[in-house]
Every structure is written in C-alpha cells, then in structure tokens.
Design a protein around this ligand. Structure first.
Ligand code: E4P
Length: 217
C-alpha cells in the first residue's frame, strides 16, 4: 500500500519523505488554509520535494471553471493530480482532464456508486472518506471493501486512495482490504510505530543496561 501524506505542512512532509514514507501528498482547501500559504506557491514547493503524485484541489463548483482551474493546477508540475469533488460537474471535469493526460483524484466519495462513476469517468484515484463516515455511525472501512470488490470485478484501473484516516488502525485495516493508497496526517503515520509492549520491553532492557553497566560506545 502506498502512503500519501495528508497535509500542506512542508516540514512534516520533509521529515517523512526523508525516511522514505511518502509516496505522494494530498491537500485540500482546508489544509491549504491551515498552512496559511498561497495555494500555487506551496503546491509547487511540495511537488519539487516529492516524486509521487501531489493532489491539488479545485475550488470552483461549475465544470467550466473547474476545468480551467484544473488546467492551471496541472501546469504547476508533472506530478500534479487535480482533485475534483464527486459531483456531476466534478465527474465532467475528471473526464476532460483525464482525456488530456492529467492525473485526477476524485474526492469526497461516500458511496460505492460514486466510486463506480468516478472509475467510468477515468479517475486516476478515488478518495473514499473513512473517518467522516465513521463520524456519522457508518462503517467507513466497509466502503473501502465494497469499492475493492467492484473495481476488481470489472478490472478498473482507478486506484483506491483511502482518505479521512483518523487512526493507525485504519491504516492496517486498509492494507488488509487492499486499498492501493492510504492518505493520512503525519501524526497518524508516526503513530503506526507505537506499541505499548515495545515501550514496556525497552524500559526493561534499559533497566538491565543500567544495572549491568552495558556500554557500546
Ligand atoms: C483527502 O484527500 C482529504 O484531504 C482528507 O483525508 C480529509 O480528511 P478529514 O476528514 O480528516 O478532513
């Protein structure tokens, strides 16, 4: 499973990228607003740092303006994936941009039917939002499973980009289901390293290091 990092914070992306943990980046208008940076400027900086796809989201609601915005975003770098919402206008934009050879990430997907439409419209990535479904007492991971089944049934190339990930557990569950990509905030990716028994075991070893005066350097 590829790891995308869901942030527009340059330092956080760099730290994970230096460790080989970043296969791509996703941003959205809320994350850009949080960074306090200009969308074109910060997106370019991310594209220069990361080799994989960098999602940058359109902000218009009608297809014509979305397409113009998408074309402008696509010019930032070769690794841009234009992010469009899963609306009818977003699907129209997806089809037009993918026909032009631009990667498209269709976002705000909350149902298997929406994912089916995105694949038919030529999406490179479909972004089902797990956490936001969990928030309304629905099983977000079940949607990832359903989309995996449907895409495999018909051999769609669209990659499942599990999004709105809130916990390390979401990451391992997505990997078990076979999501192609998971995008998560830096804190969730780092939390994957944590285990209470690792901490407990290390504390025991350190106590013995001190008792026996073990030194290596
Ligand atoms: C995905 O591309 C989105 O940016 C993101 O995963 C949304 O997550 P949230 O529901 O935690 O805002």
């Amino acid at each position: 499973m590829k790891f995308f990092v869901d942030t527009a914070e340059i330092d956080a992306i760099k730290e994970l990228n230096d460790l080989g943990m970043v296969d791509g980046v996703t941003t959205n208008p809320s994350l850009i607003a949080k960074s306090g940076r200009d969308i074109l400027e910060v997106t370019k900086e991310i594209c220069d740092m990361v080799a994989g796809p960098v999602s940058a989201e359109v902000v218009a609601l009608d297809a014509e303006t979305m397409l113009a915005e998408g074309r402008k975003l696509a010019k930032i770098a070769d690794n841009i994936a234009v992010k469009v919402p899963l609306t009818w206008a977003g699907l129209q934009t997806c089809k037009a941009l993918s026909d032009e050879g631009t990667m498209v990430n269709v976002t705000l997907c909350f149902s298997a039917n929406q994912a089916l439409l995105a694949a038919k419209a030529g999406a490179t990535f479909i972004s089902p939002f797990i956490g936001r479904l969990d928030d309304i007492n629905t099983d977000g991971l079940e949607l990832i499973e359903d989309i995996r089944t449907i895409y495999d049934n018909y051999g769609f190339d669209t990659q499942i980009l599990a999004a709105s990930i809130r916990s390390a557990n979401h990451m391992s569950e997505c990997a078990k289901i076979g999501a192609d990509v998971a995008t998560a905030p830096p804190g969730v990716i780092k939390a994957m390293a944590n285990h209470v028994l690792t901490d407990k075991g290390l504390a025991g070893f350190m106590a013995d290091v001190e008792k026996a005066g073990i030194k290596i350097l």
